[in-house]
Write a protein that binds this ligand. Structure first.
Ligand code: C5P
Length: 228
């Protein structure tokens, strides 16, 4: 029985402003995607990695991962994140038929500690159908209308920031993607099936690199990890 990680990395990454897909943006000389795939393989509980790359960059992505010595399958991604994960999932099930646990991990969360990856896999192996890493909210959050007027203030104590990898038993994720719906995270699709989603503690290092500010933080995170 295999644990497979799907890595959606097909975004254009325009908010980073590097003029290249975000997955290829270097952090201390190595592409974000290579950091992410290495983190998954080094966690010791992931057997296969399937990357969804920008369709025009599939060959370049294969070269990049080969050059880094990282064994991973690469497929062309889709128009949005959900489509990219769906394509990677279909490929994984075709070529790795004994897939039992599936992780979905954003390439942009390249510095997620092994302990978070291991906790998600352990929880799925223990019987949870869907597991997400979360952190408490530091900020108060407001619900607003289209004009920006405040509608409500949800109780911060009941809110969590959601990270990846999100983990699923394979049948649950297949059923969620059969909905042909979309959500901003994979657990959101599972929730639409009425299936319970459980949480494990996330980590600040599992931050998503989206803006130039995040990239500066990521450089510092990597420096700290390399110094450990
Ligand atoms: O844009 P955002 O940072 O929210 O994207 C989250 C992840 O989804 C990124 O790793 C990005 O590369 C990926 N993505 C994808 N296919 C798309 C759009 C985004 O795999 N069409």
């Amino acid at each position: 029985m295999s644990t497979v990680a799907l890595v959606p990395a097909a975004g254009r990454g325009e908010r980073l402003g590097f003029g290249m897909p975000k997955a290829f943006v270097p952090v201390r000389g190595t592409a974000l995607l290579a950091h992410a795939v290495r983190g998954l393989l080094d966690a010791g509980c992931v057997r296969h990695v399937v990357v969804a790359a920008p369709p025009a960059e599939v060959a370049a992505t294969r070269l990049l991962l080969e050059a880094a010595g990282l064994p991973a399958l690469v497929v062309a991604g889709g128009a949005d994140r959900t489509a990219s994960v769906g394509l990677a999932l279909r490929h994984a099930l075709q070529v790795i038929p004994d897939t039992r646990v599936v992780l979905v991990h954003d390439a942009a969360r390249a510095f997620t500690p092994a302990s978070v990856i291991q906790a998600v896999v352990t929880a799925v192996e223990a019987g949870a159908r869907a597991v997400i890493p979360v952190l408490p909210m530091a900020d108060t959050v407001k619900q607003v209308d289209a004009a920006g007027a405040v509608l409500a203030t949800p109780d911060r104590a009941c809110l969590r920031v959601v990270q990846t990898p999100q983990g699923f038993d394979a049948a649950t994720l297949v059923a969620a993607y059969a909905l042909a719906d979309s959500a901003t995270d994979d657990a959101g699709l599972v929730e639409k099936l009425g299936i319970a989603v459980t949480t494990v503690p996330g980590h600040p290092y599992a931050m998503k690199v989206t803006t130039p500010f995040d990239l500066a933080i990521a450089e510092a995170v990597l420096a700290a990890q390399e110094g450990q």
